[in-house]
Write a protein that binds this ligand. Structure first.
Ligand code: MN3
Length: 198
């Protein structure tokens, strides 16, 4: 089954003033769309056509960089769009708040460690809140790599490739990460993912 560019769950100006419609014009319509197009081309005739996206990533990681990079970037971006909402950010709700206290030392520690993971990912990549072996963990990954290929379930992700923030934040990756956590993070979606994975 061919991969498709997902519909955003919100209007392109819904995340203003934190993320502009121009960012979506480049990040979604050009960068993400190219991963979908290239992934579909490369997967044709590979024997992976009928696999789930998680299976394609696991099967191609470390052995077929063309397929892995494009398909994983499609997965990562699809998650990233869902990890943001208008009026997002701030402390986590309900069961996830208690779990963050238990596994990560509380919300303030989570906030500092998540931002630090994104800041210290040298070059392009992603930072994540993920669930692995029943425990929350903060991860950073280079390029297209993600928690799925390390046996973890992503709950929250932020794109730290320069194309994610250069239009709205220029080179200020820390400011972009702080804004993501404080103003955009969609905890409702993270809680949904956490409850499904628990
Ligand atoms: Mn990106």
């Amino acid at each position: 089954m061919a991969f498709e560019l997902p519909a955003l769950g919100y209007a392109r100006d819904a995340l203003m003033p934190f993320m502009s419609p121009e960012t979506f014009e480049y990040h979604l319509d050009k960068h993400h769309a190219a991963y979908v197009t290239n992934g579909n081309k490369l997967i044709e005739g590979s024997g992976l056509e009928d696999k789930s996206i998680e299976e394609v990533m696991t099967a191609s990681f470390g052995s077929n960089p063309g397929i892995f990079n494009n398909v994983a970037q499609h997965y990562n971006h699809s998650e990233f769009w869902k990890c943001m909402k208008a009026g997002g950010g701030g402390p986590a709700p309900g069961a996830l708040a208690a779990k963050i206290d238990e596994d990560l030392g509380g919300y303030d520690q989570f906030r500092a460690d998540f931002i630090n993971a994104g800041m210290t990912q040298f070059g392009s990549g992603w930072c994540w809140l993920a669930l692995k072996d029943g425990k929350l963990t903060i991860m950073k990954t280079p390029n297209a790599e993600n928690p799925v290929v390390h046996g973890a379930t992503p709950l929250v992700t932020c794109d730290v490739w320069e194309h994610a923030y250069y239009i709205d934040y220029r080179n200020a990756r820390p400011k972009f990460l702080e804004t993501f956590v404080d103003n955009l993070l969609n905890w409702d979606y993270a809680l949904e993912r956490f409850e499904a994975a628990s």
